[in-house]
Ligand binder design. Structure first.
Ligand code: NAD
Ligand code: UDP
Length: 318
């Protein structure tokens, strides 16, 4: 049996990963989370499973686990601008940096493989388009997104140093915008905001003029590839871009969601947040050539599944 530790396991990506990994009866899952942005309700259904353990812990503090750990997915970090900037920006940097050191120490002690959930944000507001893994980025180191962008860059640097100095078995995935069930409806990300607003008959809020672009990957496509990356030979360490290369303007996204839920909704334009990237699109040549992977779920299909999830949530709240 493999023992797999997932930090941030009660969050959006983490809970979907727990769900997939617990299906394999050869896995024991240890989920470590401090409920900063995630929620135990996301993993409630696994709590009675003897192969699932939830540990309430903040990864900025060292992690002590009695049993031998085989794999670590380091997902713990607030991921939406509303939370990584707004809730506690200093805590975000601490989670990225001190958290990375603590999980890397645990990996070193256990000779475990460790995968870091890095981000397209390390490219900042990119001057190259699309972004491939060799692009070094254009990050404002003193802006309001820096706690996250620079925190994640520092974490990548720490992972590489542990690999060079201690031979720690690392994997770095750079995740582009991902969406799907278990997204926190209140976390301010564009897809959760638009769907929730539309379902509640509220105006859709577009920041700036809506010509900025993003590329949206459905959660199941992401989960499939990050497990493949974890299981790849030790020589493969990345970084590797993971995302859906189909690019949309935020205006197009709003129209798509309106068409699916209610075409009569109004759009309200609000100021564009500081340093909001103007464009973002992953070059996934490496994922295609090494893993024979590319996303299978279109934005339209993924939105339908996500809308159904939010409809159920809203019904439960009534
Ligand atoms: P999320 O906010 O839903 O999940 C993050 C989880 O980490 C939450 O459960 C939160 O409570 C937990 N957490 C935060 N700080 C912690 C700490 N100090 N100690 C313990 N737990 C802590 O976000 P998500 O979308 O699931 O993102 C997961 C990871 O993937 C993050 O590292 C994020 O940076 C990365 N990522 C996500 C996206 C995306 O589009 N969702 C894109 C790029 C990178
Ligand atoms: N955005 C928007 N309206 C919203 C929420 C977000 O127009 O209600 C925009 C935001 O300014 C950004 C894009 O949508 O340009 C994606 O935002 P999100 O916070 O989801 O992700 P990130 O900016 O981290 O890619």
């Amino acid at each position: 049996m493999k023992t797999i530790l997932i930090t941030g396991g009660a969050g959006f990506i983490g809970s979907n990963l727990c769900e997939k990994l617990i299906f394999d009866e050869n896995n024991k899952i240890i989920c470590v989370d401090n409920n900063f942005t995630g929620s135990i309700t996301n993993v409630q259904k696994f709590l009675s499973n003897p192969r699932f353990q939830f540990i309430s812990h903040d990864i900025t503090n060292p992690i002590e686990i009695d049993e031998k750990i085989d794999e670590i997915y380091n997902l713990a970090c607030p991921a939406s601008p509303k939370f990584y900037q707004g809730k506690n920006a200093i805590f975000t940097t601490k989670t990225c940096v001190l958290g990375a050191i603590n999980v890397l120490e645990l990996a070193k002690k256990n000779n475990a493989k460790i995968l870091q959930a890095s981000t397209s944000e390390i490219y900042g507001d990119p001057l190259e388009h699309p972004q491939n893994e060799l692009y070094k980025g254009n990050v404002n180191p003193i802006g309001i997104r820096a706690c996250y962008d620079e925190g994640k860059r520092a974490a990548e640097s720490l992972f590489f140093d542990y690999n060079r100095i201690h031979n720690t078995k690392i994997k770095i995935v750079r995740i582009f915008n991902t969406y799907g069930p278990n997204l926190n409806p209140d976390d301010g990300r564009v897809i959760s905001n638009f769907i929730y607003q539309a379902l509640k008959n509220q105006d859709i809020t577009i920041y700036g003029n809506g010509t900025q672009t993003r590329s949206f990957c459905y959660i199941d496509d992401l989960i499939n590839i990050i497990i493949k990356v974890m299981e790849s030979p030790d020589e493969f360490i990345g970084p590797i871009n993971i995302g859906n290369p189909k690019e949309y303007t935020i205006n197009e996204l709003a129209e798509l969601i309106k068409n699916k839920i209610n075409n009569n909704l109004k759009i309200t334009y609000k100021p564009l947040p500081q340093d909001d990237p103007t464009k973002r699109q992953p070059d996934i040549t490496l994922a295609k050539s090494y893993f024979n992977w590319e996303p299978k779920i279109s934005l339209s299909e993924g939105l339908d599944k996500t809308i159904r999830y939010f409809q159920t949530l809203l019904k439960e709240q009534k």
